[in-house]
Design a protein around this ligand. Structure first.
Ligand code: URA
Length: 231
């Protein structure tokens, strides 16, 4: 049971103050009866706004195809962000909808968004070793020895003293490779290639754990069940 004003504000409908007017003008019903008071407690499943059930009262989990050029940060000073791609009401939710890990501004591909903070912690924790698959295009021919170097668990990134965990590198063409990582360090794929003398020109994530991006168009998203990664 949740207070109606809190429920509407947290789901991004309106401010708590505005919810008073929404209740007063009869827009909000509980089990088919106009709500009496903005402080009234109700089961979210019983609440309707203008006759419509509440918008995802249990939470959101989205699989987004992030295009190049958008950041995952919520700090507007860093430029246009991936949240501009989702409905405005979802952008006003509390807890906020945030990305599960990040992709750089210049990286495209599979990005999960959610308002479920335990899920963010679980899926970004190095303990869980969620495999993430990237397609990288680099500026020079890749030597076959790189496969063993990435797999060795000894590759050091500039400025760090803990080597990267073993990563799988598959060479697809002289300047293209698929990389599978189980960690998520800052700019990790770009820095791993940099440690071997190559510069990544394009980077795209095609998989996150069991999820594939498939042919979802860039800039669009689809909803996933909240229990996609277990309860
Ligand atoms: N590695 C990177 O370098 N960038 C990303 O966005 C993700 C992994």
């Amino acid at each position: 049971m949740r207070r109606i004003d809190q429920l509407l504000a947290n789901l991004g409908y309106c401010s708590r103050r505005e919810s008073r007017a929404w209740v007063a003008d009869g827009r909000v019903t509980v089990a088919g009866v106009p709500a009496e008071d903005f402080g009234q407690k109700a089961d979210p499943a019983d609440v309707r706004v203008a006759g419509e059930p509440l918008d995802h009262p249990g939470g959101l989990l989205l699989l987004l195809h992030k295009p190049v050029g958008l950041v995952c940060s919520h700090d507007g000073r860093e430029g246009p962000d991936v949240y501009s791609l989702i409905p405005e009401r979802w952008r006003r939710r509390n807890p906020v909808v945030t990305s599960i890990g990040r992709l750089d501004k210049e990286t495209s591909g599979l990005l999960l968004l959610t308002d479920q903070s335990p899920l963010v912690h679980r899926l970004t924790s190095p303990k869980h070793k969620v495999p993430k698959v990237y397609h990288a295009t680099v500026d020079r021919d890749l030597a076959p020895e790189l496969v063993a170097q990435f797999a060795s668990g000894t590759l050091l990134l500039e400025g760090e003293d803990t080597p990267c965990a073993p990563a799988e590198l598959k060479l697809l063409s002289p300047r293209e490779a698929e990389v599978t990582l189980t960690e998520g360090r800052y700019h990790q794929v770009r820095r791993m290639f940099a440690a071997t003398g190559a510069t990544v020109l394009a980077l795209h994530r095609s998989r996150f754990g069991p999820l594939e991006l498939g042919d979802l168009p860039a800039g669009t998203w689809r909803e996933l069940p909240l229990d996609t990664f277990g309860a």
